[in-house]
Design a protein around this ligand. Structure first.
Ligand code: GSH
Length: 197
């Protein structure tokens, strides 16, 4: 299995999940500006979408989209994604929220052409979204319960961007969660492997 990634990009979520599930994999670094792999291949010939993450699975098929990759990893490591019952649907619901409401709201912050007003507006939206995710912890250490799951891997990446990249202040609950996540071996290892520890 091969994960196409860029250091600190949303592909970090699948990287953490693969580590947390002890799933053997190789990683291929992608230059997102040049659209080339570290081996100098044209990344668009591998993934016409041109963005990360992408996961080449055992039969050579290429899976794309964070929700699909995290669900796939969860199917291989059920402790990361409850396989049935209401917890399964809640996990899918939370992944969708993180992808479409949190992740996408960062777009103006990553766009060098955004004005300061657009960036401020994006931060305001994000603060509202983070306020909505906080109760989903429901007093538990992780979104997945007592141990991390795929939702935590993805939420961590958005908090990492908010705090480390864009200097946003996290609420005490989310700041505590962020520190707890950072101490997880799967997270620490992934940050180290991506050279952003
Ligand atoms: N819809 C995609 C979006 C992935 C995405 O936003 N990837 C970013 C990195 S976090 C990227 O590769 N951006 C470079 C580009 O779009 O050219 C998914 O959910 O997987």
């Amino acid at each position: 299995m091969e994960l196409y990634f860029s250091p600190g990009a949303c592909s970090l979520a699948t990287h953490i999940a693969l580590n947390a599930g002890n799933i053997a994999h190789d990683r291929v670094k992608v230059d997102l500006k040049a659209k080339t792999t570290e081996q100098g291949e044209d990344y668009r010939t591998i993934n016409p979408k041109g963005y990360v993450p992408a996961l080449e699975i055992e039969d050579g098929a290429l899976l794309t989209e964070n929700i699909a990759l995290l669900s796939y990893v969860g199917s291989l490591a059920p402790a990361l994604f409850p396989p049935d019952g209401m917890a399964h649907w809640r996990t899918l619901e939370t992944l969708a929220f993180i992808s479409t409401e949190l992740h996408k709201s960062f777009k103006p912050l990553f766009n060098p052409a955004s004005s300061e007003a657009e960036k401020d507006e994006a931060k305001k939206t994000l603060r509202g979204r983070f306020d909505l995710i906080e109760p989903m912890l429901n007093g538990r250490p992780f979104l997945n319960g007592d141990a991390i799951g795929v939702t935590d891997c993805y939420l961590f990446v958005t908090l990492f961007w908010a705090k480390e990249k864009f200097g946003m202040e996290l609420s005490p609950t989310l700041a505590g969660y962020f520190s707890r996540m950072r101490e997880q071996p799967a997270v620490a290892q992934a940050l180290k492997e991506e050279g952003i520890a």
